[in-house]
Design a protein around this ligand. Structure first.
Ligand code: NCD
Length: 304
């Protein structure tokens, strides 16, 4: 049976561990992977803007010796003529071996996966999920901290619309002794389904607060996020909330020496560029990690 990646929970912790090990091996021995996807093609169908996710998938496939085709703007494809996601996916199935899709509508990559017999990867669907960013985040945490358990993880910013946070909380809830500090304005708290179906159901310790400073000394991973302008109904509300948190060096005075600061990027204003010089700033290393773990994912889904 073909395997898709729609939700991070489609993968077991063992499968994630396996992929992380493959990603470590790719970092060490990239030459062993140069031909693995020879004659394979990936369709990359992006109905929403992207820099890292799309280009790291492209780069991952190229580094595996494969090829990519697709679109980075729905307006340039038959989508603009009104074609359905299902029909676009069925068409790409004629030409390619695996599909990666980003879409503003929750569930669109799932619909694609139900209509084709090749693997489909969700590269972000609306404010719902972003499982490959989470794989990137887990690989980064493993590289930075050497473990995925016994961690206090703070997620800060737009926890309501930020799909990367939803997938990260889902994934981390399955590791031992994880505590979350969820930092957001009242209007941008995590959705009820994440609170009840993930955190409460799995007895995960969590604190919700509006203060970035209050718990800073306890945090192992600080996961900053941008306020998701494109998901707001009201531009004024966005403008009011957009600068709720700006991480500056003074806010880190009491932080741990081995803190890791992550951000899925793009950054707008929520981390001052001065922080980039701090060795704890891991977000560009995180972006780089995205390619290696996506290579491991492609190999897994193609059964190679
Ligand atoms: C994120 C996304 O698209 O959800 N970006 C990414 O994939 N690295 C985060 C964001 O856009 O804020």
């Amino acid at each position: 049976m073909k395997k898709d990646l729609i939700d991070i929970l489609d993968l077991t912790n063992n499968e994630i561990d396996e992929m992380i090990n493959v990603a470590f091996d790719i970092v060490e021995n990239p030459q062993n992977y140069y031909e693995k996807c020879k004659n394979k093609k990936m369709a990359i169908l992006f109905y929403e803007p992207s820099t890292r996710t799309r280009l790291s998938f492209e780069s991952a496939m190229l580094d595996l010796g494969g090829n990519v085709l697709g679109f980075s703007e729905a307006g340039s494809s038959s989508v603009s003529k009104g074609e359905s996601v299902a029909d676009t996916a069925k068409t790409l199935e004629c030409f390619t071996d695996i599909i990666t899709m980003r879409h503003p509508k929750e569930g669109a990559p799932f619909v694609a996966s139900q209509n084709v017999n090749i693997p489909v990867i969700n590269a972000g669907d609306g404010s719902h999920n972003h499982p490959t960013q989470t794989l990137t985040d887990l690989f980064t945490i493993k590289r930075e901290k050497g473990r995925l358990d016994n961690l206090t993880i703070a997620c800060c910013g737009d926890l309501k619309f930020g799909r990367t946070v939803h997938s990260l909380i889902s994934a981390m809830s399955r590791y031992e002794n994880i505590k979350f500090i969820l930092i957001s304005p009242n209007e941008l708290k995590i959705p009820e389904h994440i609170r009840s179906e993930i955190l409460l159901k799995n007895n995960i310790e969590f604190i919700e607060t509006a203060s970035l400073e209050k718990y800073i000394s306890e945090i192992d991973i600080l996961y900053m996020t941008r306020v998701q302008r494109e998901r707001f109904f009201n531009e004024e509300e966005y403008i009011r909330l957009k600068d709720s948190y700006i991480l500056t060096p003074d806010k880190l005075i009491t932080a741990k020496k081995d803190l890791s600061i992550l951000h899925p990027l793009p950054r707008v204003n929520e981390i001052s560029v001065e922080i980039d010089k701090d060795s704890r700033a891991a977000y560009f290393r995180q972006a780089k990690n995205g390619k290696f773990i996506r290579m491991a994912l492609i190999l897994k889904l193609l059964g190679l």
